[in-house]
Design a binder for this molecule. Structure first.
Ligand SMILES: [Zn+2]
Length: 202
């Protein structure tokens, strides 16, 4: 899926998505900022991190957001996984998340957006839908919050899917926390409503 469905766009909805968590330091702060702006989002968690912080995963759900699948181990050789390895990795993340929340994810996004020729059949086999994004902030590689904000908001429109990360960069900086309040203000000023992916599928 490249954009939200027309029905969601006609309701002025956009999707905020956060990859690579849950992170015990950054994720709770992201949740507080979302709450203060009455915004809902989707968290594409890494299965191993979810298993390490199940209480944080439950807290994300308790606050009205959705948990989706971003692989079990976030391997940087994902593009080379064969069918069995891919099915095992994505299936393990499904099981970990369903075991914590009681709901298996509906959406999958691969590590670093890597495409693998086996991916489509594997996620179809697991009953998942592949999702990309329309805008990414490069919040874990950029050093300038203003540039990240501009990338995410330039010509922002209903149906957009925004990609951010609820973790620190290698430079130990959580740009997402610097950008998110201003981003949510701009979204509200544009008359747009951030919703979780399941809610956008209504
Ligand atoms: Zn990732």
């Amino acid at each position: 899926m490249l954009r939200l469905p027309d029905a969601a766009a006609s309701r002025n909805e956009i999707a905020l998505t956060f990859d690579d968590g849950p992170d015990p330091d950054v994720t709770p702060k992201v949740l507080d900022i979302l709450d203060s702006h009455h915004a809902k989002a989707s968290f594409f968690v890494i299965g191993d991190k979810a298993a390490a912080h199940p209480e944080l995963v439950r807290e994300i759900v308790r606050r009205g957001h959705s948990i989706e699948n971003h692989s079990r181990g976030h391997s940087n050789v994902y593009g080379f996984f064969a069918w069995t390895a891919l099915r095992k990795d994505i299936g393990a993340a499904q099981d970990i998340i369903a075991g914590i929340t009681g709901r298996p994810p509906v959406f999958f996004r691969s590590p670093m957006g890597i495409r693998n020729p086996m991916l489509d059949p594997v996620i179809a086999h697991l009953g998942l839908r592949y999702i990309t994004w329309t805008r990414r902030g490069f919040d874990t590689v950029a050093g300038d919050p203003a540039a990240v904000l501009k990338r995410l908001t330039h010509n922002l429109s209903a149906g957009d899917i925004l990609l951010l990360h609820d973790r620190r960069s290698r430079a130990r900086r959580a740009i997402v926390l610097e950008v998110l309040p201003a981003l949510l203000d701009k979204i509200a000023a544009a008359g747009l409503k951030p919703v979780s992916l399941p809610s956008a599928m209504r």
